[in-house]
Design a protein around this ligand. Structure first.
Ligand code: AMP
Length: 374
């Protein structure tokens, strides 16, 4: 069990990384950090069952940086690889590594698809110690000889179950085949379906297993309400809810890209500024919308599930499910965007007649009845 009043001091981190946790504003380690950082620092493989929001990025990033720092060479060599499914996650992990590694003399970069590869290639040619990558772009640059994995000593596979959902497992297997056998591996997944468990078994050597924040305990921090509403009345309800001044920083989920665009147009007509993020938007447009939302210049972001997965924006006060997802786990991922790192949050869901069965499956998964709005 994690300690009740833990500190970062007892985990075995070097001063340069302890100062990084202070810089990041972390007062105490989260449960997964307490449980996994010490064995990871000792060189053990780690199997982490944890979703975004638990502090898992620091859990792998701090030990990676500490290992790399222990053996800094004059010319950087690619010694650590972090593989993650989406561009947004890749960019966020890279930003975290920039923060955590500020006092160390290490080089890292991030590569993902959907943008020009030229600056990425230029960075790689200059040499990096650590690379954060999505599978497609990494394979592409490997096949063109820009990236070689022969010197990788540390490998992190992030959000393995999401890799499976997005159809990336064959790519992941091709990448892991190119890794040296002698390495340390950290494997993270929010859920452990059989295919993921098998993948983990093939990649890990006598791992330390850590599991934190079972779905229900995260969900318990979130105040949830469901509104029974006719499909045609959802827009008006959304406008009414967003009109409340207490509803500050809101992520609205739409099942489809077209739906997301439609919601933005309708909010616009009602005088509420909103932007959509989904895979038909250019990377630039997505980044701009996310930055504006992060800075607080934009208070409503409308997202599809894939675009929103793993997006880490502090201070989301409300999540609104304009549509209920037909996969109940998606509901948990969505509402987990609020109540990050232990904060509380509010999640409202619209349920029309056709979505009643989705609601029933969600309530079964989270094992509680969601309050009905009056
Ligand atoms: P992650 O699960 O890695 O996506 O982290 C979720 C959020 O928690 C990010 O905003 C982190 O900066 C934040 N976080 C990570 N570790 C801690 C900590 N020990 N204390 C407070 N916040 C943290």
């Amino acid at each position: 069990m994690p300690e009740e009043h833990p500190t970062f001091d007892g985990l075995g981190l070097i001063p340069e990384l302890l100062s990084a946790t202070k810089r990041a504003g972390y007062e105490r380690p989260t449960p997964i950090q307490q449980l996994a950082i010490p064995p990871a620092l000792a060189g053990r493989d780690v199997l982490g069952c944890a979703q975004t929001g638990t502090g898992k990025t620091a859990t792998f990033a701090l030990p990676l940086l500490q290992h790399l720092d222990a053996l800094v060479s004059n010319k950087p060599r690619l010694r650590a690889l972090v593989l993650t499914p989406t561009r947004e996650l890749a960019a966020q992990i890279s930003d975290s590594i920039t923060t955590y590694g500020e006092d160390l003399n290490l080089w890292h970069t991030v590569i993902f698809g959907g943008v020009s590869d030229k600056p990425q290639i230029a960075e790689l040619r200059r040499g990096v110690d650590l690379l954060v990558a999505t599978p497609g772009r990494l394979l592409d640059l490997m096949s063109r000889g820009v990236v070689r994995l022969d010197d990788v000593e540390l490998f992190v596979l992030d959000e393995a179950d999401r890799m499976l959902d997005m159809g990336f497992l064959p790519d992941v297997r091709r990448i892991t085949k190119a890794l040296p056998k002698d390495r340390q591996t950290m494997f993270f997944s929010a859920t452990m379906p059989p295919q993921i468990r098998r993948l983990a078994e093939g990649l890990l050597d006598r791992p330390v297993s850590v599991a934190v924040a079972p779905i229900s305990s995260t969900v318990d921090l979130i105040e949830q309400k469901v509104f029974f509403v006719k499909k045609a009345d959802k827009r008006k309800l959304l406008v009414d809810l967003l009109g409340d001044p207490e509803v500050e920083h809101t992520l609205v989920f739409s099942r489809t890209k077209h739906g997301a665009n439609r919601i933005v147009r309708q909010l616009d007509k009602a005088g509420i500024a909103a932007e959509a993020i989904h895979s038909n938007k250019s990377q630039g447009a997505r980044t701009r919308a996310l930055d504006a939302f992060r800075k607080g210049d934009l208070s409503v972001l409308v997202a599809t599930d894939i675009a929103a997965r793993g997006i880490d924006v502090d201070g989301v006060t409300h999540v609104i499910n304009f549509d209920l997802p037909n996969v109940p786990e998606t509901y948990v991922h969505r509402i987990g965007r609020t109540a990050r790192a232990g904060a509380s949050g509010t999640a409202w869901s619209f349920c029309d007649a056709e979505e009643r069965s989705h609601l029933a499956s969600i309530e079964k998964l989270i094992d509680k009845r969601i309050r009905r709005a009056k």
